[in-house]
Structure formats: structure tokens, C-alpha cells
Design a protein around this ligand. Structure first.
Ligand code: ADP
Ligand code: ASP
Ligand code: MG
Length: 410
């Protein structure tokens, strides 16, 4: 007998028919004698619909109230899944995040889980219940409802698996595993049987939304056995996230290509080349809770330099506003320019540690297509470039081919 946490995404619970499909799978595992916690997302499209409603009331919805609204999507699905299970003759009980006591910080719309009280769940499991928990939501210490950021149900699933020391956390979605890149963009993409935790962390942080990054972080911290699987297929091993590089069966140099359309680039031109400038530019940005991704400061010419960085596209206007109104004159910069039609493409692989020439191959491949690289950043196992958004799909396709990702590794 094992304790298994299964998380089902929006498409997998997108209609009563699909919820019945989830019920059948849960019943199958239960019949094998396993204990099950089921974490579900809102029905597909529902979270977007709720955000749309909020924006009709307030162009920039109040974050606390937005969480109040968007958290309702998951409350509907937990109830429906539970009903489906009861209808099948199983014992089932649904919980909101607050009812479980998934305690988060108070960063509305992107809250972090601080603790989970797993007592009720354990008692229910011991009494033979399937426990159905709403993904994506929690409650802060003051009792406010919070949400965990888009894709946050993955994190609920893994965090509950960690709290319960579950034997496995299964993420059921609309693809049958983690691919070399998004199979919707590159049909030749291949499913990976395994991917190392470090690679998955990079892929997730660089835009592969198949797993939310915090879910991967939790899995790493608490060594949760994590697998991504299809909710539409009966059979299949999906993709296992492994913690040892030696476990990696496929020894490709590059494991995958991640991309992100949500990048916006901002350049502060003609800033004095002296100590404290980076802080004066990025301090107010960070105080406004805007996350900064890539940063580049050019070599100064005539005591002045240009300072560029990227932010999430949703926060572009806010960041531009802060720079133009609070920073530019204060530090004596010439002007602030921005481009919110940029994208980031990254190649990821632990094999990079032991191979040279990956960067030059990447840059040559993009050059051959006439794609201009605007920014570059690297780490031990990834190389990222910022390019014009209109070349994104082309870039991903040619890189996928150049690194032979469409071929089984030998
Ligand atoms: P869910 O609603 O089940 O959480 P998501 O839409 O959040 O599903 O994530 C699954 C989607 O992630 C897939 O449909 C696919 O388009 C996308 N995706 C992006 N990169 C990858 C990748 N490397 N492998 C598999 N899927 C990916
Ligand atoms: N329903 C939320 C979203 O659409 C959380 C999730 O699906 O993981 O982002
Ligand atoms: Mg998701």
C-alpha cells in the first residue's frame, strides 16, 4: 500500500465527463489498496474567466480581492470530484486550502506556502477517505485567502506530498510527460523518460509551464518522487524527475529548450557610471514587488553607461512608470526606453558542464536565420537569449533541430 498524491490540471477536469474520467482513475488506484490525496485545478478556462471578470471591475484588480475571486474556481472542482467519487461508492471529502490550513505568506496572487497542517488529511486517509484538496490556494496568518501564482496547483500537490511524506506525487496533465520542448510548438519534440531535478528547475524557471517552478523547488527540498503523466491515457510511465545525474538514462548534452513570451526589456540610457547606480535603479523596482530577470550593464563610455534588464510583461508598465517618475531624474539618466514584445529562449542540459561549444552553436544557429540576439545570460547548465518575440517559434524549432533533440539519444 502506498500513499499517493495525484494532481489533475484544468484540462483534465474541464468537463463533467473528464471529471468522471479522473474519478475512474482514482477509483482504480484506491481498489489497489492505496491511500489517495487528489489535488485539482479549476476547470480549464475558469481562472482566466474569473480574472476577466475582476478586470471589468478594476483595470488593475486589488490583489486581495482578486485572490478572493480567482480562488473560487478550485472550490467548484473539489466539490465536483468528491461528488463523483461518492457516486462511485467511495468515501471522499473535499477541502479548500483554508480548511486544510495551507498557510502562506501574504503576497497576494503569488503567495508562498509556509506550512501545511496535515492532521485532518491523515485522519481522513486512515478512515478510508479519498481526500480532495483545492489547488492554487491557501490562507495567510490573518485569515485572508491567497493564491500561489498561475500554475500553482502543481505546488499544492507537491507541498502536500512533502508534508505527508507521500510515496509519489503524480502530476496528471494534457501531455504524457515532459518533452524536449513544448510539443505544441515543435511537433517533433520527444518525451523524456527522465529529467534531472536541476534541469527541470531550469526548464520551469525559463518558461516551460508543464510544472510550476515552486513545485519543482519543493520536490527538490523534500525529495518528493515526482512524475508527470497524461490524464487521458491509461498506460504510460510519463516522465520521472530524478535527483541523481547518474540515474539519467538519456545522455544528451542538451535535454530541452524552454521559452517564455512574457519578457519585457527595459533600458535606462545614459546613467552615470559610478557605484550605487544598479541599486538606485533596481531598489525601487524591487520595493514595488516587481521581479527582475536578466540584467546587463554595459561598459561605460565618457562616464556614462546603459543599464538594461527584463521584467514580466504584466509588470512592464508599472516598472516603466517607476523609472520615469521616480528614478530617471533622480540619478540623472538620459532616458528610459522599453520593449514589451521580446521573448526568451533557453537551451538546458547538465551535459553542458562537460561539453564546450554549446553557446557558439546556439548563436550560429540563430544567426543563420537572421535572428538578432538582444541579451544573453548563462549558468552552468543553461544558455538564455532574449530575442524579438516574432522570431520565437522559429528560434525554438531551429535550435531543437540543431541540437538533434528530435532524435533518440544514442
Ligand atoms: P495543467 O492545466 O494540467 O496544469 P498546463 O497547461 O499548466 O497543464 O501545462 C501543460 C502544458 O505545458 C502542455 O499542454 C504543454 O503545451 C506545455 N509545455 C511547455 N513546455 C513543455 C514541455 N517541455 N513538455 C511538456 N509540456 C510542455
Ligand atoms: N487554476 C490556476 C491557474 O489556472 C492554478 C492551476 O491551474 O494550477 O493558474
Ligand atoms: Mg499547470
Amino acid at each position: 500500500m502506498a500513499l499517493i498524491v495525484q494532481k489533475y490540471g484544468g484540462t483534465s477536469v474541464g468537463s463533467p465527463e473528464r471529471i468522471k474520467n479522473v474519478v475512474r482513475r482514482v477509483a482504480k488506484y484506491k481498489a489497489l489498496g492505496h491511500q489517495l490525496v487528489v489535488v485539482v485545478s479549476a476547470m480549464s478556462g475558469e481562472t482566466n474567466r474569473l480574472i476577466g471578470l475582476a478586470k471589468e471591475m478594476q483595470a488593475q484588480p486589488d490583489p486581495r480581492e482578486l485572490d478572493m475571486v480567482v480562488s473560487t474556481g478550485e472550490q467548484v472542482t473539489v466539490g465536483l470530484v468528491s461528488m463523483g467519487l461518492i457516486q462511485e461508492g467511495l468515501k471522499a471529502k473535499s477541502y479548500t486550502g483554508a480548511q486544510v490550513k495551507i498557510i502562506t505568506d501574504s503576497a497576494f496572487t503569488k503567495a508562498r506556502i509556509l506550512s501545511i497542517d496535515e492532521q485532518n488529511i491523515r485522519t481522513d486517509l486512515a478512515n478510508g477517505y479519498v481526500v480532495v484538496v483545492a489547488g492554487f490556494q491557501g490562507i495567510d496568518k490573518e485569515g485572508n485567502i491567497t493564491t500561489l501564482g498561475r500554475g500553482g496547483s502543481d505546488t499544492t500537490g507537491v507541498a502536500i506530498a512533502a508534508a505527508l511524506h507521500a510515496d509519489e506525487c503524480q502530476i496528471y496533465t494534457d501531455v504524457d510527460g515532459v518533452y524536449t520542448t513544448d510539443p505544441r510548438v515543435v511537433p517533433e519534440a520527444r518525451r523524456l523518460k527522465t529529467i534531472t531535478f536541476e534541469e527541470m528547475l531550469e526548464m520551469a524557471s525559463l518558461g516551460s509551464k508543464v510544472l510550476q517552478i515552486r513545485a519543482v523547488e519543493f520536490a527538490g527540498k523534500y525529495k518528493v518522487k515526482l512524475r508527470v503523466l497524461s490524464s487521458f491515457e491509461e498506460e504510460g510511465d510519463g516522465t520521472l524527475i530524478t535527483f541523481e545525474e547518474d540515474d539519467k538514462m538519456e545522455q544528451a548534452i542538451i535535454s530541452g529548450i524552454a521559452f517564455n513570451r512574457d519578457e519585457a526589456k527595459i533600458t535606462v540610457r545614459g546613467v552615470p557610471d559610478k557605484p550605487g547606480i544598479a541599486y538606485q535603479i533596481l531598489g525601487p523596482i524591487s520595493e514595488a514587488n516587481v521581479d527582475v530577470d536578466m540584467i546587463i550593464q554595459n561598459v561605460g563610455v565618457d562616464d556614462s553607461t546603459d543599464f538594461s534588464f527584463t521584467v514580466h510583461r504584466n509588470e512592464f508598465d508599472k516598472a516603466m512608470d517607476i523609472l520615469k517618475n521616480q528614478v530617471q531624474h533622480h540619478i540623472g539618466a538620459r532616458n528610459v526606453v522599453g520593449d514589451n514584445k521580446t521573448a526568451k529562449v533557453s537551451v538546458v542540459g547538465v551535459g553542458m558542464r562537460s561539453h564546450v561549444g554549446i553557446a557558439s552553436k546556439m548563436f550560429r544557429t540563430l544567426a543563420e536565420e537572421g535572428i538578432n540576439i538582444q541579451m544573453i545570460s548563462t549558468s552552468e547548465i543553461k544558455i538564455s537569449v532574449v530575442i524579438d518575440e516574432k522570431y520565437l517559434e522559429l528560434a525554438v524549432r531551429v535550435l531543437h533541430k540543431a541540437f538533434d533533440l528530435d532524435l533518440e539519444p544514442v
